[in-house]
Design a binder for this molecule. Structure first.
Ligand code: ADP
Ligand code: MG
Length: 387
């Protein structure tokens, strides 16, 4: 969808901002450009909508060389969220959001209706906020308007330059999640610039790590964190990159252990006997349809004196996560509930449990899988717990 071919940009004063850059962004992909200040991220981005012209090389958008496309026409197809949001202070939120549709000649009523729809989409009630001015909004709300405005003409491509830079960390994380949800619905091809490695790995399908005017590594967040291509990248992603991987590695079914289970309607005596035979100290309790009900310890069952059903004695499961959640969430649940394992569910169906050993194994496997370019379950792995 966006393709850079040996693109360089040397400014008039001789500064080489971008040096022989080649990369490609697929349709519907979100790529983050990350690197320290001054490494050429904004320059790269502004060449895509021709606010800056390359010195050499060419850029293709949707197959055509943009040097031959009228810049105004080009920008209709490319939404742009700039670093300082850049709303017009004397226009209402609704009019700000309708800027591009109005520019490209939509009827006023249609442009405003579209703007209202977009404000709704980014979580701002148009009735409440549409008539306000930018100064009457919080920083986070202004950022949302910036995103709504960029999406208003429904462009296939979105350029975002530090779009969540001007807000505090809590609001920032909320905006990031909102945008990811939005993106999973609208599937734009997105180039997102940030200097923050955490944001880059959280947001990007792939990330381009910039050194001075060059890309040092262009890969998935997991691969960049797991196998940094150069010492520079390793330094940039930080010594805690192992920890950061926890947030980009997702729980898969193959990671799970199958613990002993008991059913809610099972007599306590038979469940107690079975657990004793298996040498198990506890069991996950499932409902009659396989849904997660809770857990019960073998001692509790034995002490019940052979009366009642497992359901009477089951305790609530505090620590659980949905399959597909990041490993970090599972680890956090374990710590929060002081639990040695977490239940993993698919909607309300119980799939298995994740233990610290399995969590470690999943992390190890994913490093090897990224390095070998294969699926995680294809990696051979000997763990201490197998011994
Ligand atoms: P980033 O967005 O990664 O912080 P930029 O693309 O803005 O980096 O800048 C890359 C380099 O180009 C920097 O050294 C910056 O000072 C320089 N630069 C940016 N714009 C201009 C310009 N208009 N004239 C000269 N140098 C520029
Ligand atoms: Mg910049």
């Amino acid at each position: 969808m966006i393709r850079f071919e040996q693109v360089s940009k040397v400014y008039a004063d001789g500064t080489t901002a971008v040096d022989d850059l080649s990369f490609e962004v697929s349709e519907g992909e979100l790529v983050t450009l990350v690197g320290p200040s001054g490494c050429g991220k904004t320059t790269t981005m502004m060449m895509v909508n021709r606010l800056i012209e390359p010195t050499s090389g060419r850029i293709l958008v949707d197959g055509s060389d943009i040097a031959a496309v009228d810049p105004v026409e080009l920008r209709r197809r490319i939404g742009y969220v700039i670093q300082q949001v850049g709303l017009f202070p004397h226009r209402t939120v609704l009019d700000n959001t309708a800027t591009v549709p109005s520019l490209v000649g939509w009827k006023r009523a249609k442009a405003r209706a579209r703007a209202a729809e977009l404000l709704d989409l980014v979580g701002l009630d148009p009735k409440t906020y549409g008539s306000r001015y930018p100064a009457q909004l919080s920083g986070g709300q202004r950022q949302r308007v910036g995103v709504a405005r960029a999406l208003a003409a429904d462009p296939p491509v979105l350029l975002m330059d530090e779009p969540f830079g001007a807000v505090d960390p809590v609001v920032r994380e909320r905006l990031q999640n909102e945008f990811l949800n939005l993106q999973s619905a609208v599937c734009k091809t997105v180039l997102l610039v940030t200097h923050d490695i955490e944001e880059a790995v959280r947001m990007g399908d792939r990330i381009a790590v910039y050194g001075q005017g060059r890309i040092e590594q262009f890969d998935t967040p997991g691969a960049v964190l797991g196998t940094p291509a150069t010492p520079y990248v390793a330094r940039f992603v930080g010594a805690d990159r192992g920890l950061k991987r926890l947030s980009v590695t997702r729980i898969e079914r193959d990671d799970l252990e199958e613990p002993p289970v008991a059913r809610v309607d099972e007599p306590t005596a038979s469940a107690a006997a079975r657990l004793r035979r298996e040498g198990a100290r506890w069991a996950v309790v499932l409902g009659t349809g396989g849904e997660l009900h809770g857990w019960v310890s073998a001692d509790t069952l034995s002490n019940a004196g052979g009366t009642g059903t497992v359901g009477d004695l089951a305790r609530r499961m505090e620590a659980w996560v949905p399959v597909g959640a990041p490993l970090k969430q599972a680890f956090s649940e374990m710590l929060q509930h002081d639990a040695g394992w977490v239940a993993v569910i698919d909607h309300d169906r119980f799939l298995g449990v994740l233990t610290p050993a399995k969590l470690h194994e999943a992390l190890r496997r994913s490093v090897d899988a990224d390095a070998q370019g294969v699926a995680r379950d294809a990696v051979d792995f000997d763990s201490v717990s197998d011994a």
